[in-house]
Structure formats: structure tokens, C-alpha cells
Design a protein around this ligand. Sequence first.
Ligand code: ZN
Length: 242
Amino acid sequence: MLILIISDIHANLTALDAVLSDAGEFDAVWCLGDLVGYGPDPNECVERIRQLPNLVCLIGNHDAAVIKRIDIASFNDEARQAVIWTQSVLSQTNLEYLQGLNAYTTLDSVTLAHGSPRQPIWEYLLDTRTATKNFEFFDTPFCFVGHSHLPVIFQKYDGQENADLFIPKQDSHLEMAPRAILNPGSVGQPRDRDPRAAYAIYNPDAQTWSYQRVPYDIPSVQVRMRANNLPQRHINRLSTGW
Ligand code: ZN
């Protein structure tokens, strides 16, 4: 059994398709939210994701803003601009799809949350202190999160007080620690200075996490963003992954 783990697609269909073809065979897909926001292809991305096999899909803060579940005032100007544009183009069917999503769920041995198990929509897990606290907020061995757009693993062995942080290497099939919080990175807007789309493959039988990157045609996405008058800063950042 292989499960494709994706997050923070942000309406970037070119990046999403690159991930789907690079990932090879998989049996299920767990998507950790932020299907839309920033990018030019919100309808296409929601439609592509909805068709994926054995899908579990969470809502992210950008999706929640688009469906007005959270206040748009909490976003910075440019992110807000992208939310308003997304609201203006998203089809009713896709809007209703986003309305049906939750920000948190527990499967067999994994908890899924967009931001963190403590605050599924908003909290960023960027440091060991915050991550260590969050180990108290889920009961399963593992928790998969997105939101920060940074591929990172926080892990804890028995008796260990503070979680360790490490950045996985591409193509590494990591054996997962007894307890871990894992972030696959972002498909559509990476922020670790590597512009390639990020994802992971989780093997629940072997308990391994395989972290991957794949290049995609960034200029073609930037052309569509420009055509829709999306913020220049969001266009620029795709080139360098910040
Ligand atoms: Zn995001």
C-alpha cells in the first residue's frame, strides 16, 4: 500500500500534474489542504483532486477564506487579493466541494491536520518548541501537516522530552520514528528556496516516508497568473521557491 501525501497545491495545476505523473503507482491520496489561493487554476485543481483514488482531503486556511468560513481580514493584502479573485472564478460545484471538507481527521495510525493538531487551520509548525507541544494534541503515532510549505520532520523517541527537527533528503525512504509530525512540503508554492514541487509517499506497512521533488514548467504558470492580474510578488516567488 502506497499513499501519496500532498499539500498546499494553491491552484497550481502544472505543479500538481507534475507530482501526479512523477509519483508513479499509488493506492490512495491524502491531501492536507490549501487546494486554492495564490495560483491561476483553482477550478482545475479542485477537479483534478476530487478525481483522485481513495482520497482523504482536508481544508486549508486559504480554502476556508474562499468559502468564508474564516475572516479574510486575517490575510495580508496580496493573499486577500488572491482569495477574492478565487471567489470570483470558482464554480458552485467546486465551492460546495470545499465547503464539505474538514481541517482535521484521524485515520488508523495517522492524524491529518492542515496547520497543526492543536490549531488545525492556523498554527505553523516551524520550530521544535511548538512541535513538541503539539505532540500532546494527537494520539496516533504519526501526524501529517502542511501549511508552512516547508518539508520537515519532527520526531520523538520514547522518553525524549523535546522533539528533533530534520529536513529529509530527496528519495530517502525514511523509517519513521515511534512518533513523528511530518510535512511533505508544498506542491504549488514551495518556500524552501527550491522551486520544484514537493510531495511524499507514505508506506503504512513498512512505515516509511519517501520525500520527493519534481521540476515543472514554472513560466507557464506565471503567464496564467499574469493574465489574471494576480499579485506580482506571488508570480515572482515561484521562480526561486520562497
Ligand atoms: Zn498554504
